[in-house]
Design a binder for this molecule. Structure first.
Ligand code: ZN
Length: 214
């Protein structure tokens, strides 16, 4: 019994040690040469960077400026999607793209809940500049299409396979966005209809470059 206790304590200490190593060894890159300004790649894409305002779920301004940057190849995919949408009288609106690692830490301090925010020791795909939060806008009216929820609504209705309590219009608009994004190089996030990862996000490092330095 005593031996068992020693083994348990040793295992616990070992796991704590490994966890601490992982925590302190987040690999952060300063190499942002392939980051591009989405507004320059395609000026028709609408930008509303919510974390540069207090109009977000934290109710705090988390970004020092409203810049919309992505990896060059990710932005090229978005440009292609925008052109497809324009032929249908629609347009992309980006709510979030590259998020500096410093802003990720700030977000975690304000809202330390791993169900909604990626902890700094793991980092977010937004820190890799390899994902986007988007919705659709009608070109004629300039208004956003009706979607199942608002941005950063963490209810069940935000799930991409939710049908309960949604109108046909909400489902059709969401599914159209899902289709156009996934057919052009992005993978969906099951619980957030607005979030799309570049299918090759894994090749990009976590970046620690502030907006001012871009
Ligand atoms: Zn996102």
């Amino acid at each position: 019994m005593k031996n068992l206790k020693i083994i348990f304590i040793s295992l616990f200490c070992c796991s704590m040690f490994i966890a601490n190593c992982l925590k302190s060894n987040v690999l952060l890159s300063k190499d942002y040469k392939d980051l591009v300004d989405v507004t320059k790649v395609n000026p028709n894409i609408k930008i509303d960077i919510r974390y540069a305002t207090s109009n977000n779920f934290t109710k705090q301004v988390l970004y020092s400026c409203a810049k919309c940057y992505l990896r060059e190849k990710v932005a090229a995919k978005l440009d292609k999607i925008q052109k497809i949408l324009e032929r249908k009288g629609l347009c992309l609106k980006v709510w979030d793209a590259y998020r500096p690692y410093s802003a990720q830490k700030k977000m975690w301090e304000v809202f330390p809940n791993a169900d909604y925010v990626a902890p700094p020791e793991r980092g977010s795909k937004h820190n890799r500049a390899a994902c986007v939060d988007v919705t659709l806008v009608d070109l004629k009216s300039g208004k956003e299409l009706v979607m199942p929820t608002e941005f950063d609504d963490f209810s069940e209705k935000a799930a991409v396979n939710c049908f309960k309590g949604l109108t046909v219009e909400q489902i059709q608009n969401r599914d159209y966005l899902q289709n156009v994004m996934t057919q052009n190089g992005f993978t969906p996030n099951e619980s957030e209809w607005w979030h799309f990862n570049d299918s090759e996000w894994v090749v990009y490092d976590l970046l620690d470059v502030d907006f001012e330095d871009l």
